[in-house]
Design a protein around this ligand. Structure first.
Ligand SMILES: CC(C)(COP(=O)(O)OP(=O)(O)OC[C@H]1O[C@@H](n2cnc3c(N)ncnc32)[C@H](O)[C@@H]1O)[C@@H](O)C(=O)NCCC(=O)NCCS
Ligand SMILES: Nc1ncnc2c1ncn2[C@@H]1O[C@H](COP(=O)(O)OP(=O)(O)OP(=O)(O)O)[C@@H](O)[C@H]1O
Length: 279
């Protein structure tokens, strides 16, 4: 519990490097409840191979890799170099978690934001990080190697959606157009940081074609998840008096259907990073 409180109250001054900010954003995402189907400090959601401690371990392991990505961005690296660091980071994550994929999507999305933050600091370019990603690496992201067997690539092929790659190549629109406004609206409505993160998470689920949901539940699973999240948001999100009980009921419904929006969890952590880094 003490460790958890630390994540709720981490002052901006403690966040000394881009890597430590990125790792802290991953920890804050996990320390958020109720997030439908996802792992948190309260329970493991629809996951049988991960818990809060494992996700925190994964996040800590990644901190130096996020710093490497920021340094590579600052040194003007192209996508090939970033991809090589990302693949090494995935290996380090799997070694630290006993082979469990705790952060594959986050290494990619947050890693690109770290590289963009390094580039922006080095060249004092006052552009949003998402635009830097799209302009510097967008084409190479889309034309890069596609894994034949990954869950995300399979869901993209089968359902005709773009997944993590298209989001990144387009400059992370779900982060800028959905999650950040929702984070700020949730703060304004409640003055509570954890509630604001829940608000942003549900706003993301309502709007994003999350390939984790497609992989686990197909088109029906994605439609169910989006309907539940849209109903919650239409009723006021965390602005409604009984928001926590309603979000917990949605969480239970996701767990009962084995649904988990891991991509939206990554996008929430990315929004927290942009919220601090561009402030
Ligand atoms: C592109 C990645 C995410 C692989 O994705 P792939 O489509 O093969 O599917 P996979 O199932 O492995 O992971 C997809 C992950 O994307 C996330 N995600 C799912 N849907 C979405 C979405 N709509 N938007 C954003 N992220 C999403 C989830 O976290 C999911 O776990 C990445 O792991 C990769 O290619 N890594 C190689 C290293 C690299 O390029 N690194 C870049 C520098 S940091
Ligand atoms: N709090 C969280 N809880 C669960 N998943 C998360 C969380 N935060 C981020 N994620 C993302 O979700 C992904 C894991 O999702 P999931 O276990 O559904 O995918 P998978 O490993 O591709 O498939 P499966 O476990 O269904 O075989 C992680 O790689 C990570 O990117």
């Amino acid at each position: 519990m003490t460790a958890l409180l630390q994540y709720h109250s981490a002052p901006a001054s403690r966040l000394t490097s881009i890597g430590s900010l990125a790792a802290d954003c991953l920890k804050l995402e996990v320390a958020t409840y109720p997030k439908p189907g996802l792992v948190s400090h309260v329970d493991n959601g629809a996951h049988h191979d991960m818990d809060f401690a494992l996700l925190i371990r994964g996040a800590k392991t990644l901190e130096p890799w996020f710093d490497d990505l920021a340094a590579a961005g600052a040194a003007g690296a192209g996508m090939d170099r970033l991809r090589a660091i990302g693949i090494e980071a995935e290996r380090a994550m799997l070694a630290a978690t006993g082979g469990v994929n705790t952060h594959r999507g986050a290494i990619f999305g947050l890693g690109l934001l770290c590289a963009a933050a390094g580039f922006r600091q080095a060249y004092a370019i006052p552009l949003p990080l998402g635009r830097i990603i799209a302009e510097r690496w967008g084409e190479a992201i889309l034309s890069g190697p596609l894994p034949l067997r990954s869950h995300g690539a399979e869901a993209c092929r089968r359902h005709g959606v773009g997944g993590a790659r298209l989001e990144a190549a387009q400059g992370q629109p779900a982060v800028y157009d959905i999650a950040l406004p929702a984070l700020r609206a949730g703060r304004a409505a409640t003055g509570n940081e954890e509630a604001a993160r829940v608000h942003a998470c549900l706003a993301l689920i309502a709007a994003v074609a999350d390939t984790n949901l497609l992989h686990r539940g197909g088109a029906t699973g994605l439609a169910f998840a989006q309907r539940e999240a849209r109903t919650f948001m239409a009723a006021g999100g965390v602005g409604q008096p009984n928001w926590k009980a309603r979000a917990a009921a949605i969480h239970d419904a996701f767990v009962a259907r084995n649904l988990s929006p891991g991509g939206c969890a990554d996008l929430l952590a990315m929004a927290l990073f942009v919220d601090r880094e561009e402030a």
